[in-house]
Ligand binder design. Structure first.
Ligand code: ATP
Length: 348
């Protein structure tokens, strides 16, 4: 278990990279830190590893306060973006390196390295050097090295980011299976929302050194707590439409919808609807957003349709082949929406 209390890091020069973080990562959990560039993900991971000294707050690993302990005494293994494997050592020596530092006898470390290598399908490559390996293989060597020392926790900083798209998907599935098998608490940094949704048991969405929302992938996807989280999560971004309540109902993007409970005429809100939760109609409906189809994007099995009107730009998804031609007059009917006031989700 890793717990952080009021963790703050102010860099010389005044950048507040972490701003009072409170978080508990449960034993065996696969936890993703997600957020845009510069939000503090790497700083948080480095603080847990002991590579960054917090300005205030504390870090506990399995009920021991490790805030003042050097990295080597924290029993965590960090895997970096660029793998940091040694070019002059072969695969066996790279995997066994942390055991050498711990002064484990040679025969024992070679046996351990061989065992871990087999688990990661690296047996054929034990005598190769990093320059003779593909990016995916190098990544597996870095993982094997982290696993070999049996840490209390793994800390991964975008370990898949150097892989091409296909390899990245493969590595993702592999990493998830491996983490399940080993059941080691893992904190994983990514700026890729799809990766976080696919891998994590829980996700923390960060912005400007703070945690905006912590939850399961389903909670974060279906009930984003703020418009920032809503716009960040989902492979096609959520439509976030300005709306206002009138005596006749909710006016939004040229449509009049029933006003949600708890709102009164005059209220200004943001109406959020995912492209996947809208139907396309070719006949006029008062409860649907009117527009003209201005862009069609092929998503493989589906097509992303952009509906343009003087009031709004709306995107919705239809099964591939069912998209009307460009220029067609059409209506987008929301099936499931979220209401935000002052950028914060209103709970119905
Ligand atoms: P990325 O996804 O781009 O890696 P990140 O979310 O990991 O970003 P951090 O690297 O943690 O972000 O940086 C958080 C903030 O702290 C940024 O504004 C960054 O410029 C700043 N920062 C990071 N390291 C230092 C440092 N050593 N000195 C001063 N400022 C720093």
């Amino acid at each position: 278990m890793i717990s952080l209390h009021g963790l703050t890091k102010v860099f010389p020069g005044g950048v507040r990279a972490l701003d009072g973080i409170d978080l508990t990562v449960k034993d065996g959990e696969f936890f993703a830190l997600l957020g845009p560039s510069g939000c503090g993900k790497t700083t948080l991971l480095r603080a847990i590893a002991g590579l960054e000294t917090p300005t205030s707050g504390n870090i506990r690993i399995n009920d021991t306060d490790v805030t003042a302990l050097p990295p080597g005494d924290r029993d965590v293994a960090m895997v970096f973006q660029d793998y940091a494997i040694f070019p002059h050592m072969d695969v066996t020596a790279n995997i066994a390196y942390p055991l050498r530092i711990k002064k484990i006898p040679r025969a024992q470390r070679t046996a351990k390295a061989t065992e871990v290598a087999a688990r990661l399908s690296l047996t054929e490559l034990l005598h190769r050097r990093p320059a003779e390996l593909s990016g995916g293989q190098q990544q597996r060597v870095a993982l094997a090295r982290a696993i070999a020392c049996h840490p209390t926790a793994f800390l991964f900083d975008e370990p898949l980011s150097n892989l091409d798209a296909r390899l990245r998907l493969e590595a993702r599935t592999f990493l998830k299976r491996l983490q399940r098998e080993l059941a080691v608490t893992t904190v994983f940094v990514t700026h890729d929302q799809a990766e976080a949704l696919a891998l994590a048991d829980r996700i923390a969405v960060m912005s400007h050194g703070r945690m905006i929302q912590v939850g399961t992938p389903a909670e974060i996807f279906h009930r984003p707590a703020t418009t920032f989280v809503a716009s960040f999560i989902g492979s096609t971004p959520m439509n976030l439409l300005p709306a206002h309540v009138t005596p006749a109902g909710l006016r939004v993007a040229g449509a009049t919808l029933p006003a949600p409970a708890g709102l009164t005429p005059g209220d200004q809100i943001t109406y959020g609807v995912r492209p996947e939760y809208m139907d396309l109609s070719l006949t006029e409906r008062p409860d649907a957003f009117p527009g003209t189809i201005s862009v069609l994007e092929n998503l493989g099995t589906h097509t992303l349709v952009t509906l343009e009107s003087p009031d709004a730009l709306i995107q919705l998804v239809v099964p591939e082949g069912e998209e009307p031609p460009l220029g067609t007059r059409a209506w987008g009917a929301p099936r499931r929406a979220l209401i935000y006031r002052d950028h914060t989700l209103l709970t119905p």
